[in-house]
Design a protein around this ligand. Structure first.
Ligand SMILES: *Cc1c(COP(=O)(O)O)cnc(C)c1O
Length: 435
């Protein structure tokens, strides 16, 4: 395995597309023994989101069709499957589905899961501590003007490459908090503009994500009424993502998809600091056990989680240490150093990690638009590197788990992590990039 990690790291240094296969993946029964969080924690998060549904429905009427739950569609994309097999010779078998977190209400990205959940949990804690809510009260009360004014004395701060800031910023502003988002250099102008329109204070740094987080934390720590959402270490954020797995059970049933030993489920999730793919993977392994195979996808210039795993150094190594720039058009994935907490947690759960060049993100973006008429932002398009490359790069994995003979029964989910809020003029620019 040492040798395997070594040869992958050579490719990573050369910024070549590759896959890292996790030598430490364990059976779920074994893995559970060393996990800090459990299914009960996910259940707790799910119930909290249920409690907040009446509040969310009131504040964000677009969530009314789902009764105030923020959830996305799972759709089959057969024309995209045909396209990748024809164009890239992928040889993908089984069905290809798209999980449209790109179209989640409020924030238009996967961050509507973790980010919003953390703001709600903090709000519930404060509301009980301050006597605004009493046991048995409906959270709908928090939509009252009086509650809104109460929360104006508090601040919420977060460091972000863009999307986390949008989910935290929009929800915090809706509750009444003063909100400060510390943006890294990668953040897109339109994301900053949209936040300012919501009354959020946006501070910009010429540096990368880790630095924006550091500065935000320092500023927040100086103010006793300020709460810092720590994307790198937050268990709360992580559990918000994990709830997606429970909701997926019903969605798969609705389209007659079985998941078991003979019907494997493959999931491909774009990865930045690791929270979103990590939380979703944690949830999926709890729910589907060993029948689910979770792969992450990262840009060739910013594969921070991959290098943390393959070197065993986790949070103690950055992509710059390997001579990579950390610069990528995939702003949501532009992270140089992974979360130490996530790395520890997913070490025995994840299957592997694909890297992808920026120009391929734009190709996949156009492929999906042409075939299925669905738009995703460049970061989200990393989810297609798995289905495109699985049979070409990850044969070792498939044979290790005897998955080749089950390939026809397999279901593949490309986890689309963002895009619905991208303005039309930005979409036009993306469509012409690397053309
Ligand atoms: C943030 C983000 C991710 C990855 O989430 P992490 O928690 O940073 O790993 C993936 N895609 C998009 C579009 C994102 O905004």
């Amino acid at each position: 395995m040492e040798q395997e990690n070594q040869s992958v790291l050579d490719k990573v240094r050369a910024a070549q597309e590759c896959v890292w296969i996790n030598p430490d993946r364990e059976d779920i029964d074994q893995a559970r023994k060393s996990l800090e969080l459990t299914m009960a924690d996910i259940d707790d998060a799910e119930r909290r989101l249920q409690r907040f549904a009446p509040f969310i429905e009131k504040k964000f009427p677009e969530t009314a069709p789902r009764g105030g739950l923020i959830e996305s569609e799972l759709v089959e994309i057969p024309r995209m499957r045909e396209r990748i097999n024809e164009k890239y010779g992928s040889g993908l078998k089984g069905r290809l589905l798209l999980k449209k977190d790109s179209h989640l209400a409020i924030a238009g990205s996967v961050k509507a899961r973790g980010g919003i959940y953390e703001v709600l949990k903090h709000t519930e804690d404060l509301a009980f501590a301050d006597g605004i809510l009493k046991p048995g009260d409906s959270c709908a009360k928090l939509a009252d003007e009086e509650c809104r004014r109460h929360f104006q004395q508090y601040t919420i701060q977060v460091g972000s490459t863009g999307n986390l800031g949008m989910s935290i910023g929009i929800m915090s502003a809706a509750i009444g908090y003063h909100t400060v988002v510390h943006m890294s250099a990668d953040a897109r102008e339109w994301k900053k503009r949209l936040l300012r329109e919501h009354g959020v204070t946006v501070l910009e740094y010429p540096s990368d994500y880790s630095e924006a987080v550091k500065r935000g934390r320092e500023q927040s720590d100086r103010d006793p009424k300020s709460y810092f959402v720590d994307d790198e270490n937050s268990r709360t954020l992580f559990l918000g993502y994990a709830v997606a797995a429970k909701r997926l059970i019903g969605q798969l049933k609705d389209i007659n998809v079985e998941v078991n030993e003979d019907h494997p489920l493959f999931v491909y999730i774009p990865c930045g600091v690791g929270g979103a793919p990590g939380g979703i993977t944690f949830g999926l392994r709890q729910v589907f056990g060993d029948a689910v195979h979770c792969f992450f996808a990262e840009p060739t210039q910013a594969p921070c989680l991959l290098i943390g795993m393959a070197t065993g150094k986790n949070h103690d190594i950055s992509v710059q240490d390997l001579g990579l720039s950390g610069r990528t058009d995939a702003d949501g994935l532009a992270v140089g150093r992974p979360s130490g907490f996530v790395g520890e947690t997913v070490k025995t759960l994840m299957s592997g990690d694909f890297t992808v060049e920026d120009r391929h993100l734009y190709d996949y973006m156009r492929d999906l638009l042409d075939t299925e008429n669905i738009f995703l932002e460049p970061s989200a398009c990393a989810c297609f590197q798995g289905p495109v490359m699985l049979h070409r790069l990850a044969e070792r994995y498939l044979s290790r788990y005897h998955l080749e003979e089950k390939a026809e029964n397999a279901v593949h989910i490309a986890w689309a992590t963002g895009g619905s809020l991208v303005p039309p003029e930005e979409r036009e620019k993306y469509r012409k990039t690397y053309r």
